[in-house]
Design a protein around this ligand. Structure first.
Ligand code: UDX
Length: 447
């Protein structure tokens, strides 16, 4: 099939390359000419596992090309995936739909008769219907469908090629048939396919993100109670996660969620529910957001407490800048927010990250950065573990103790092996854990 993918950010670039790889002829479109030039040369604009190879391969095959022209896209294909960003508005919690609207308006005059416009961007429920009305004016007989993506940064290619489910919101059998043809290899492999109306499809995405964000904030709320009660939130998480109705994933206590999706999506969802008169149903999302923000404050507070009440002129080595491991993305990164807050309170903060240093430098030029872990921790009075990169679990605490001024660790991701750090002479504090560990009754670590 011939497809266009409009918007070559995270979702669009991955979707375009994956669609070309499964055999479609794809034209990727973006208004950013520099990005299009680099994509046309087969270069990935983002750090994402497997994406560079995939882009190089599909561009070389000729099945993936790029353009800055929506008019060219409208002529190239009759199926168009819209993957532009829907950031938070600057004046409210609602989603800013100006990029989506601009794509629709740019396509409308050029669309071939009977085209299908498929939204992938995360949008407020009702958007597909609104866009369909907008397109109706152009009298092209074009239809609008919604097909949310669920890809996670760091495993975006894998998630697109082997999704856990495909969700399409359509208003005709014809649109459903087009989308079944697009995803034919996935359907053949047995991926569950949920075909529904556009409003339900739009809601599936925000409901899934809201549920996951709630799960993270739930365990972080428990972690606050555990800390107050002298209990251990990591043991608690393991114990409740063993119940198959709860499940162990997204139950890691710590600094909480960030990134380009969860924070803005739960706010936009609450704002949209409010508009629909259903705000009361999702009031809890405000609390989910507040609990999440509080983890950053807790980390800053605990750092101050560990340093005797003030961080002024103290050296702090920060491990991690990306919003999560496996990504170089620092958008709404909890790690950088903590690093900045400590620096603003007078600490000398030096940040390490295996992948996100360039982006972190651009976002927070006022912080100091180090290319390796010992350099970030040199002469530190306190070391903070803020992004759970696997590299940090491999740190030799004995060697690191030799470079710091004070072997004092705050593990805000509860991912480091406390006993081995303690054995190497470190004083270790972890969010949601008592300073001295209680015995792990009836857990994997107990005997
Ligand atoms: C998320 C959704 O998972 C994805 O389906 C959607 O399409 C986009 O948003 P992503 O932003 O890539 O994907 O990150 P994800 O892996 O879901 O993690 C989100 C945040 O939650 C990260 O900051 C992560 O560190 C944090 N997190 C995750 C926790 O704090 N605790 C956990 O137990 C799990």
């Amino acid at each position: 099939m011939r497809l266009t993918v409009i918007g070559t950010g995270y979702v669009g670039t991955v979707h375009a390359a994956c669609m070309a790889d499964i055999g479609h002829e794809v034209l990727g479109i973006d208004i950013d000419a520099e990005r299009i030039a680099s994509l046309s040369a087969g270069r990935a604009p983002i750090h994402e596992a497997g994406l560079s190879e995939l882009l190089a391969r599909t561009v070389a095959s000729g099945r993936l090309r790029f353009s800055t022209s929506l008019a060219a896209g409208a002529l190239f294909a009759t199926t168009h995936f819209v993957c532009v960003g829907t950031p938070q508005r600057s004046d409210s919690d609602a989603a800013d739909l100006r990029f989506v609207d601009a794509v629709i308006d740019g396509l409308a005059p050029h669309l071939r008769h009977g085209s299908l416009v498929v939204g992938k961007s995360t949008v407020p429920v009702g958007t597909a219907e609104r866009l369909a009305r907008r397109l109706a004016g152009a009298a092209t007989g074009a239809e609008v469908a919604w097909n949310p993506e669920f890809l996670r940064e760091g495993s975006a290619v894998q998630d697109t090629m082997h999704p856990e489910r495909l969700v399409v919101g359509v208003t005709s059998e014809r649109a459903d048939a087009v989308l079944r043809e697009v995803y034919e290899p996935m359907l053949r492999a047995g991926v569950p396919y949920v075909s529904t109306d556009p409003a339900t499809a739009e809601l599936v995405k925000v409901a899934a993100n809201s549920f996951l964000a709630t799960k993270i904030s739930f365990i972080n709320a428990m972690s606050e109670v555990c800390e107050a009660a002298g209990a251990d939130a990591t043991v608690l998480a393991r114990a409740i996660g063993a119940d198959s109705r709860i499940g162990p994933l997204f139950l890691e206590p710590g600094l909480g969620f960030g990134g380009s999706c969860f924070p803005k999506d739960i706010r936009a969802f609450a704002a949209r529910a409010e508009e629909l008169g259903a705000g009361a149903a999702v009031v809890f999302l405000h609390e989910v957001d507040r609990i999440n923000t509080r983890q950053r404050l807790r980390t800053v507070e605990t750092s101050r407490r560990l340093l005797g009440g003030s961080v002024m002129a103290r050296r702090i080595g920060v491990l991690g800048a990306a919003f999560k491991p496996g990504s170089d993305d620092v958008r709404d990164s909890p790690a950088l927010a903590v690093a900045m807050a400590l620096q603003e309170q007078g600490a000398f903060v030096r940040v390490h990250d295996p992948e996100a240093l360039d982006n972190a430098r651009a976002a927070c030029p006022e912080l100091a950065y180090a290319l390796d872990i010992p350099k970030a921790c040199e002469d530190a009075d306190l070391v903070l573990h803020l992004t759970s990169w696997p590299e940090y679990r491999r740190i030799d605490p004995v060697a690191l103790a030799a470079v710091v001024r004070e072997p004092l660790l705050l593990d805000a991701r509860t991912g480091l092996d406390e006993p081995s750090w303690r054995a190497a002479g470190w004083t270790v504090h972890a969010l949601g854990r008592p300073m001295r560990r209680t015995p792990e009754l009836a857990s994997g670590g107990a005997s």
